[in-house]
Design a protein around this ligand. Structure first.
Ligand SMILES: [Zn+2]
Length: 131
């Protein structure tokens, strides 16, 4: 049987980190250990930054809910828009619980809120952490 081998196009593999042309084995992704380490360090930094940013948003959300709930009051009710105007980020919460009617109650740590039409009910729930 005769094989007609076409010459493979010269594929230049570029380093994932510095973008230089890689010489040597085809499965190499980086020039050397330096580039490999630099790449993974950058990825790690991005991950740490992302987690820190989200954590800051959650802490800010918690602070806003705390500040909107009057002292010694179990719950308070206000327009959803007013909550958003404070800089509260609707997108982020720590967890969701469903009430008896199956409506979601969104939490930022021990503070929660529930949408009721155009309004939200904000409340605090003492969390007992499982050891
Ligand atoms: Zn490189």
């Amino acid at each position: 049987m005769l094989f007609h081998l076409k010459p493979k196009a010269m594929e230049q593999k570029l380093c994932f980190d510095c973008g230089a042309v890689i010489k040597g084995r085809r499965d190499k992704k980086f020039c050397d250990d330096f580039c490999r380490n630099a790449h993974y360090n950058k990825q790690h930094c991005d991950e740490v930054l992302l987690i820190r940013n989200i954590h800051n948003i959650l802490r800010k959300n918690r602070r806003i809910l705390e500040s909107l709930l009057p002292q010694r009051q179990q719950k308070t009710r206000l327009l959803l828009q007013k909550l958003i105007d404070t800089g509260f980020s609707i997108k982020y919460h720590t967890h969701i619980e469903l009430n008896r009617l199956g409506s979601p109650r969104y939490f930022c740590y021990e503070y929660g809120y529930q949408k009721v039409g155009e309004e939200v009910i904000i409340f605090k729930k003492e969390e007992k952490l499982a050891a």
